[in-house]
Ligand binder design. Structure first.
Ligand code: PSU
Ligand code: MN
Length: 307
């Protein structure tokens, strides 16, 4: 039983892993379902570059052509970006069916963690994680990302969670699953476009070294994943009241149109983009690049520790 038999690892990533050099995984649902074309392609290329500029090798993960790809070619990246929302969105439950069909799919945080762990990659950068949706007490809509963080030994660097989710409930579930939440230079759990959500992190780390020390111990102890919460740069943060009002509007729209389940997050992202005249997208790109930089610093620090 091993996902390893279904990986296709790019030569650059293979070489880095074999020689113990730092590697950072990247997800692809953010490319297929999180942003429109061509900004998604530009973002994906820039983020890979930020990681390389900070001394690590980028490994964008996707399920396509019947393989779990770890590190994709420029051509693959373009295919993912152009296919966009017509691609499948691969959560844990979709992996076997998508490997069987050969369909093209963006990997969520959950599935990117699975691929990263199977390949031996310890650090992964994204924008925001999935979590407990507002109204989950009646819909049961809780992202598989939270379960994956509880069991898979990968550190995920994100800008917190969007307040399209219920952030207090998301933090409660992370606690139940035993996931340490590390605030990167902050005591506040960030809310994606805003630097604060009102929630607190469990522990604070102020640089890549400090984060790597905790992550290395967590993995040595076999305790599952780690969430590193890295707030959006202040220069790009959006006004909290403005964005909250737009999010409320988008959620009402989803309810009115009967959008739910796995279509909900992509629908809300698109509506918020429209309602903020694209400001949400500019901020989203800035925070992903910021997370990529921090993830590379952590990967470099881990590799110095021989992890
Ligand atoms: N949140 C964002 N942008 C995203 C996603 C979440 O701000 O692109 C994507 C990620 O890939 C995440 C997934 O893992 O949506 C969660 O989807 P779901 O809630 O269906 O598990
Ligand atoms: Mn869901």
């Amino acid at each position: 039983m091993s996902l390893r038999n279904h990986l296709s690892i790019s030569p650059a990533v293979r070489e880095a892993l074999d020689s113990g050099r730092p590697v950072v995984a990247l997800e692809s649902t953010i490319i297929t379902h999180g942003m429109p074309y061509p900004q998604n392609l530009e973002m994906a290329e820039n983020v890979e570059k930020v990681i390389a500029d900070n001394g690590a090798v980028p490994a964008t993960v996707a399920i396509m052509d019947g393989k779990f790809k770890i590190g994709v070619t420029a051509d693959d990246l373009e295919r993912l970006a152009r296919t966009g929302g017509k691609a499948a969105k691969a959560s844990r439950r979709d992996v076997a069916a998508l490997l069987a069909s050969g369909e093209i799919a963006g990997t969520t945080v959950a599935t990117t963690m699975m691929g990263a762990e199977a390949a031996g990659i310890r650090v992964f950068a994204t924008g925001g994680i999935g979590g407990v949706h507002r109204g989950a007490e009646s819909t049961f809509d809780i992202s598989a990302d939270l379960d994956e963080l509880g069991r898979t030994q990968v550190a995920v660097v994100c800008a917190g969670a969007k307040s399209i989710l219920d952030i207090p409930k998301t933090l409660e579930v992370l606690e139940s699953k035993g996931v340490p939440v590390l605030g990167f230079g902050t005591d506040a759990f960030p809310a994606f476009w805003a630097r604060e959500s009102g929630g607190k992190v469990d522990h604070r780390v102020d640089d890549g070294e400090a984060a790597a020390k905790v992550i290395a111990l967590q993995f040595e102890l076999g305790l599952g994943g780690v969430l590193v919460a890295n707030p959006i740069p202040a220069s790009h943060a959006l006004d909290r009241d403005m964005i909250e009002a737009r999010i409320d509007q988008a959620i009402k729209g989803a309810e009115a149109e009967g959008v739910s389940r796995k279509d909900l997050t992509p629908f809300l992202l698109k509506r918020i983009f429209e309602l903020t005249d694209g400001k949400s997208l500019v901020a989203n790109i800035a925070l992903v690049e910021n997370n990529a930089r921090v993830a590379a610093q952590i990967a470099v620090a881990l590799s110095k520790r021989g992890k």
